[in-house]
Design a protein around this ligand. Sequence first.
Ligand code: OSB
Ligand code: MG
Length: 369
Amino acid sequence: MIITQIELREIRLPLVHFFETSFGRTTERRIALVRVVDRDGAEGWGECTAGEGPFYCEEWTESAWDTLKTYLAPMILGQRVERASDIFSLMKAVRGNRMAKAAIETACWDLEAKRAGVPLWKHLGGVRREIPCGVSIGIQETVEALIEKIERELDAGYQRIKIKIKPGWDVNILEKVRARFPAIQLMGDANSAYQLKDAPLFRAIDEFDLMMIEQPLAYDDMLDHAELQKQIRTSICLDESIRTPANAQHAINLGACRIINIKLGRVGGHSEAKRVEQICLERNIPVWCGGMLESGIGRAHNIAMATLEGFTLPGDVSASVRYWEEDIIDPPVTVTQRGTIIAPDAPGLGFEIKSERIDSLTVRKEIVS
Ligand code: OSB
Ligand code: MG
């Protein structure tokens, strides 16, 4: 594979409903998309999952754009690589910036799968065509609004409900939700909003029989998570803390978590995601696919990744209609009444890219060649 052109675009895409976490509220996504083209004119698409500000992690749309344009794209252009799995290491001189790297790396996987004439999920080594799905529900104005939303998602078939928590919207809310839905698969995601001294609060949360509690403590802290896990019954799942295969290894060795959420962007693309997944498989740590409010392109990549063997738990991969009035892929992602998504059969990502829709949403475009 020799990539001869890398096209960057920024699109603006308003969410149907705002999404609020312990670090803030998002109403409109700013998404950098990457289109790679090879010598023969074949193309692949990737999405940068960085947020609008440096709050989930250090990367954000603006920083990723500059990193892609100035450093990453020039490292890939004109280089001959045997396989898409070699792309990540071409960018190793740049530290971190894994979401920017993943945008290019995943686009190359799409291109390679298309050229091979196979769906990306099979090309990656996926073992299940139908993936189990859950939803992530942001912080709402009232607990009644939250309960109504949960009802709607359960009716749509979703297999597990994740609610965002933060100080002041935690035990009180979980208690009401659990009372209303005694038997559902339920979990909470704190996005690093607590400290080890809040351990008593998590012991209170033990009463609600959650599947797991996601990233309760600091994004860059493993030791405190290990200490907290010793003190509570509920399994800790790490999200923000797992950026590299080594992070996964260390977290498991330390007992900092019993479950890992893999986000394709956060770990730097499909090759690194597969490494994390393999480590978890060997150590019997269940994994699931996290979400970053992706447009259809990132969502399609997530679906492909979630077909890998280690992804045994329902992920935050859900239907396009929960996020967008109109997605940028066709057909939009839909969920079965069983709460699953069926990976497509067509080569590569397996969805049509809606070029005109993307054009109309584009606020800037840059071609590096
Ligand atoms: O922590 O999983 C998270 C969205 C933005 C940033 C962080 C997270 C999330 C989600 C949304 O939970 C998952 C989704 O529906 O895409
Ligand atoms: Mg999370």
